[in-house]
Design a protein around this ligand. Structure first.
Ligand code: TEU
Length: 527
């Protein structure tokens, strides 16, 4: 890509985003929980890694019932993370290093401690205060049954009953996530007006855009009908027929968000859109809606060439008709880490290294979850007493939840907490992570973090990565090969044996190459 091509495009079209899960990234004040001072302290590392932008998971005021995804004041930073000054400093210093800062906003619900919800609880059924949420009378005698059969994503019913008042039976309120996260009623004009204010508030402070939580939520179907089928064995999953998500009214909401974003030409919006159907997914990134939407196909599959190709083709097919760039993600704070998903141990790491080369070879925006660049695995043996994800309690201790991918980052030294904090980390850290710290890995050219650095740098500077498309080569089972219009060729080997490499100048590989061969569980870039 030439410099003028690059300038003609908005910065986010091919950006490498780095997701900071702030509780787990770096702790600046020694309370055991990561914060914005910790992020600031690591900006040099992030610059070295070469990422274009940060996506910081929510840092607004929150009682932290769901790691900050329960927001009690959307226009303030929680003191736990350092308050407003910490954000202002971080934005200023990140910008000096040419790193953009995007924040995570949560429009689908508030915290139960948001002043609107406290007011709604104190007010009568039918009041304007209750109309900002979804309050309903229950079904059955005395309204003792929930208004419909929807389950919460975290287990149990999606409804909680509030106490009776004025001789009337207690009503129920809707929460698709935890009871501490009541769903907002997006048919109520107060809700949009407040959210528009929130967008402008952060954009005026210099934020470069937003990741929009549950961007396929918000709108609810008329009358809140029962779900046709309730499968509580797959709590987090939801398909296209699920009335809790992806209701047509959501698109008008995105159009309204976009109008505000268009007042700030630098800003990007990235929606969390768990919608499988390509046509329905593409609707979220039409020219007057979100700029980008997370496509989770690569995060949902194992290490198998045909599945990888299918995920890539579908992700491209979903956005091409509407002209939006594709996005790629192998993991985030809700998903098992890729090293573990690919089998764990040395093989899992080798496969994760191969897959980051595939991902960074693709056109569009790439999202890296903090710790992926260190090759961190999931931590699946956290003691039960340590678990903090609301899923653990809500599921009646049948689902351990997502803490295993949220264990704090190891930075330096030979024993936990590896420089993450001077205190006690909020989740215990495995003693065998000593070799995974940036301190150890940065000086080793063969390390995973060095591979990420080199790959990000090449992707940003080589003209062979130009073009919004790719061409596939027919290959034997277990092999994937594609070329970008600029000439970059990516080969992935998911077979159990080495394969001959095609001719070409070697650019980078996830493993040392052996005499023109690509070993198993590896990928290479050629030009
Ligand atoms: O996640 C929303 C969401 O739908 C996920 O729970 C999804 O179902 C799951 O990850 C599929 O594996 C967002 C945030 O990313 C998550 O951390 C929050 O808990 C949730 O919203 C509520 O705000």
């Amino acid at each position: 890509m030439t410099d003028s091509d690059r300038e003609a495009q908005p910065w986010w079209r091919s950006a490498v985003f780095y997701q900071v899960y702030p509780r787990s990234f770096a702790d600046g004040d020694g309370d055991g929980i990561g914060d914005l001072a910790g992020v600031r302290d690591k900006l040099g590392y992030l610059e070295l890694l070469g990422v274009d932008a940060l996506w910081i998971s929510p840092v607004m005021r929150s009682p932290m019932a769901d790691g900050g995804y329960d927001v009690s004041d959307p226009r303030d930073i929680d003191p736990l993370f350092g308050g407003m000054r910490a954000l202002d400093t971080l934005i200023a210093e990140a910008h000096v290093r040419r790193i953009k800062v995007t924040m995570d906003l949560v429009p689908n619900h508030t915290s139960a401690e948001h002043p609107w919800f406290t007011a709604a609880l104190a007010a009568a059924p039918g009041s304007p205060e209750r109309a900002r949420y979804h309050f309903r009378d229950g079904r059955g005698p005395d309204g003792a049954e929930p208004p419909n059969n929807w389950p919460s994503i975290f287990g149990g019913p999606a409804w909680t009953r509030v106490p009776a008042a004025d001789g009337r039976p207690g009503q129920w309120y809707l929460h698709i996530f935890a009871p501490e996260q009541p769903d907002l009623n997006w048919d109520n004009p107060d809700v949009l007006a407040d959210f528009e204010q929130t967008l402008r508030f952060w954009l005026d402070r210099g934020v470069d855009g937003f990741r929009i939580d549950v961007a396929h939520g918000m709108a609810k179907p008329e009358g809140l009908p029962d779900m046709p089928e309730v499968d509580t064995s797959r709590l987090l999953a939801h398909d296209s027929n699920d009335p809790r998500f992806n209701n047509p009214g959501v698109h008008e909401i995105h159009r309204r968000f976009r109008k505000v974003l268009d007042e700030y030409p630098r800003a990007v919006s990235i929606g969390e859109v768990w919608v499988d159907d390509n046509v329905l997914f593409g609707e979220y990134v039409r020219p007057d809606e979100l700029h980008l939407a997370f496509n989770f196909r690569l995060a949902e599959i194992g290490f198998e060439a045909a599945a990888v190709r299918d995920a890539i083709e579908n992700s491209l097919a979903a956005v091409q008709p509407v002209g939006a760039p594709p996005t790629w993600t192998l993991s985030n704070h809700d998903i098992e880490r890729e090293v573990t998903r690919y089998g764990g141990g040395a093989v899992g790491v080798a496969r994760a290294r191969a897959m980051i080369l595939v991902e960074l070879a693709l056109p569009g925006a790439v999202f890296i979850y903090n710790g992926a660049e260190l090759g961190l695995p999931n931590v699946d043996d956290l003691p039960e007493a340590a678990l903090r994800d609301p899923m653990w309690e809500r599921s009646g201790h049948t689902e351990r939840g997502r803490d295993g991918c949220r264990v704090p980052m190891p930075w330096e030294g030979d024993a936990p907490p590896f420089g993450f904090t001077t205190g006690e980390p909020w989740l215990p850290m495995p003693a065998d992570w000593a070799a995974l710290t940036p301190e150890k890995q940065l000086e080793d050219l063969g390390s995973t973090v060095s591979l990420y650095r080199m790959a990000i740098e090449l992707r940003g500077m080589r003209k062979e990565f130009a073009g919004a498309d790719l061409a596939w080569f027919s290959t034997p089972d277990g092999v994937l090969q594609f070329r970008r219009p600029g000439g970059m060729l990516c080969v992935l080997n998911t077979t159990g044996a080495p394969i001959p490499l095609p001719a070409g100048e070697f650019l980078l590989a996830s493993v040392p190459l052996e005499l023109g061969h690509l070993p198993a569980n590896a990928a290479a870039w050629l030009v």
